[in-house]
Design a protein around this ligand. Structure first.
Ligand SMILES: CC(C)(COP(=O)(O)OP(=O)(O)OC[C@H]1O[C@@H](n2cnc3c(N)ncnc32)[C@H](O)[C@@H]1OP(=O)(O)O)[C@@H](O)C(=O)NCCC(=O)NCCS
Length: 176
């Protein structure tokens, strides 16, 4: 099934499906990862979907406050948004420890079907990723699904970052 996935930049065309996914993520409190804009803009998808899309598209060219430039992709299967993947075009001090170049979330009702693995594989094929060349990926120490996703896509374990205020992170490098 996951072979039919396409990775697209965010688009007005999938508003209904994105909002369905948002409801699912709200139920497990992962809506911030699904929406993925600066904290002050988290209400945007509900207030003005077109401004939300514009804001995300603009992040490719203008870094949001306290963050870096990046591309937000949606994974589309059939007519549904089934995942979100963020590809950061540069790292800052925090991303070097916590988030790395790529972060992703799969819509809860579509998990366990190979979607994260396929999304990451497609992201690594983009020119943006090729230009970066060596990508840092991280996951929480106990996030087995994310770790396997990274390892399946060529991730090589680097180290564990110990953090005081949250779960420790494993870091991996993927060299293209
Ligand atoms: C982590 C996440 C993205 C995985 O998405 P997914 O589409 O379900 O992953 P896949 O189906 O591609 O599975 C990837 C691997 O993890 C394994 N896996 C999937 N769910 C798992 C689970 N709950 N526990 C353990 N392993 C799991 C799969 O078997 C597969 O490994 P394999 O091919 O070696 O068998 C998804 O669970 C998610 O969105 N979680 C919340 C957000 C998150 O944790 N993001 C990552 C931040 S680093």
């Amino acid at each position: 099934m996951s072979e039919n996935i396409q990775l697209i930049k965010v688009s007005m065309d999938y508003q209904d499906s994105f909002m369905d996914g948002l409801k699912e993520c709200e139920k497990e409190s992962s809506e911030q990862a699904w929406i993925y804009v600066h904290e002050k803009d988290l209400a945007l998808p509900k207030e003005s979907f077109s401004s939300y899309i514009e804001t995300l598209l603009d992040y490719e060219f203008t870094a949001p406050e306290f963050f870096v430039r990046g591309i937000t992709y949606w994974a589309i299967m059939g007519n549904e948004v089934v995942g979100r993947l963020g590809l950061r075009l540069e790292l800052n001090e925090e991303l070097e420890k916590l988030g790395g170049h790529i972060g992703y979330i799969v819509r809860p009702s579509f998990r366990g079907q190979g979607i994260a693995s396929k999304m990451l594989a497609l992201a690594l094929e983009t020119d943006y990723a090729k230009d970066i060349g060596k990508l840092l990926l991280t996951c929480d120490l106990n996030n087995e699904a994310s770790e396997r996703t990274i390892l399946k896509n060529g991730g090589v374990f680097y180290d564990i970052v110990e953090l005081e205020s949250r779960a420790n992170k494993k870091r991996f490098w993927i060299k293209l």
